[in-house]
Design a protein around this ligand. Sequence first.
Ligand code: HEC
Length: 153
Amino acid sequence: MKRFLIVFAVVVLLGGALNVMAEKHGMHMMMQETTNETNAVRVSLKLNPKMKQHLLKNMQSHVEAVRSIIGLMAEGKFNKASETAHAKLGLTPQMQRMCSMFKNDGYREMGFAFHKSADKLGEILKTGDMNRSLHALNATMNYCVTCHRTFRQ
Ligand code: HEC
């Protein structure tokens, strides 16, 4: 009886371990498939090394701007948040120049629409209305998500 119990316990434990391994393996394969799928549908902008560096530096500054805007909103500094939205994410002459350098029409259009939405965010932030500001920030960040889903360097 004792021996039977030990064998039973080993079988149960082994079964559990195999199950976990199978699950992990399955998940790994699923993640691989998703990555491959994403890369297959994303359109490459075929950037040269210099443009690539330029773009990524700009993007780093975008994410820093979003962090800064959220921090300023939390502190109730809506005017400063508005200035940051216009200056760092809005359609400034510098951003206009940067976007115009891309040959892909769809990418350029999405870029301009994104910067315009950031200017709108800047306007709404000036009202000091937290709820409307969050909605506007959400709308602007939708462009981050959509563009990243559509294009790659
Ligand atoms: C019009 C298109 C577009 C928009 C809008 C856009 N991005 Fe990007 N972003 C890109 C592309 C293209 C890359 C390069 C992706 C790759 O690695 O192939 C990128 C990369 C990045 C990276 C990675 C930088 C690195 O050093 O690897 C960050 C961070 C980023 N974006 C942040 C943002 C944030 C935050 C926003 C919105 C506030 C935003 N982006 C809006 C196109 C866009």
